[in-house]
Design a protein around this ligand. Structure first.
Ligand code: BV8
Ligand code: ZN
Length: 243
């Protein structure tokens, strides 16, 4: 299953970075973006996950996020999320970077999660920038209004928007310095997140990919595990315990 090369690297003193995408939440029942059950099926990304889409059709975009929030509130982390919690406990120098906005890593017990694309539970006012958790506002309008009168939006990073500077800077730093970089459940097409495994490889890291199919990253990876994150990640976590 695991190569000797990877097994020999699974020591507590190794610096490990994990990048996750929508694929790690698929087995929890959260649709991915580009899969056949994908969220983008009815609409294209440009039609929904952009500021312009929100301004031109705030109700549609808000309803789409409300639909996703409801779906996410009913799902649980899966064995892949739980395995990453164990890996965080095992490695002295471990960083989890996610493109996901579903908060399932935190729900599973991961203590430190670098959220590159924000979190669907949070909203912010487009006028004063105030951040509000989803239940903090009462206005019945759709989208709801902030106390300052501005419209609320989901606190996620849309296409064409900058990623939170602190998150992306830390992600670049730890990726460039790590010994092992795991890319789990991402199609590796959305930048700058998709650049992180390349930066890791350039920094000398051993690059491992876990995905149900090959991606643009597969040729660069030292090891590709073709299979479900919920089945493979626990095997990696188990090998670590036995290392
Ligand atoms: C920016 C939050 C610029 C919102 C998201 C042309 C070339 C290169 C780049 C660009 C370009 N044109 C535009 C760009 C920039 C653009 C970009 O990269 N576009 C891509 C599509 C080409 N990037 C941006 O706009 C970013 N901002 O660049 O700003 C800038 C610069 C200066 C000044 C101002 C601005 C912002 C990108 C963030 C967009 N927000 N989400 C929301 O969630 O609603 S992106 C969205 O895609 C999610 O965050 C998601 O996580 C992310 C990546 O998708 P994946 O996670 O990989 O999910 P996907 O469905 O694609 O794949 C799932 C994978 O899992 C598959 O491979 C599948 O095989 C696998 N899988 C499925 N099941 C399983 C599994 N694997 C394992 N087990 C399973 N069970
Ligand atoms: Zn406001």
């Amino acid at each position: 299953m695991l190569s000797q090369a990877l097994k020999s690297l699974l020591r507590p003193d190794k610096r490990v970075v994990v990048l996750t995408g929508a694929g790690i939440s698929a087995e929890s029942g959260v649709p991915t973006f580009r899969g056949e059950d994908g969220l983008w099926k009815k609409f294209r990304p440009e039609e929904l996950a952009t500021f312009d889409a929100f301004i031109s059709n705030p109700q549609l975009v808000w309803e789409w996020y409300e639909y996703r929030r409801k779906l996410i509130s009913e799902v649980k982390p899966n064995p892949a999320h739980h395995s990453l919690v164990k890996m965080e406990e095992y490695f002295e120098n471990f960083h989890l970077i996610t493109q996901n906005v579903d908060g399932l890593h935190q729900k599973a017990g991961s203590k430190k999660v670098i959220e590159l694309h924000g979190n669907i539970k949070r909203n912010k006012c487009i006028k004063c920038g105030r951040e509000l958790e989803e239940l903090e506002f009462s206005s019945k309008e759709i989208p709801p209004k902030c106390t300052c009168g501005g419209m609320l939006r989901p606190d996620v990073v849309w296409f064409g928007e900058m990623l939170p500077a602190q998150a992306i800077n830390e992600a670049y730093k730890v990726s460039s310095l790590c010994d092992i970089f795991f890319s789990i459940g991402t199609s590796a097409v959305v930048y700058p997140a998709a650049h992180l495994p390349v930066v890791a490889k350039q920094g000398g890291a051993y690059l491992v990919e876990i995905n149900i199919e090959r991606t643009e990253l597969s040729d660069l990876a030292d090891e590709v595990f073709l299979g479900k994150a919920g089945e493979i990640t626990p095997q990696i976590a188990k090998a670590i315990r036995e290392a």
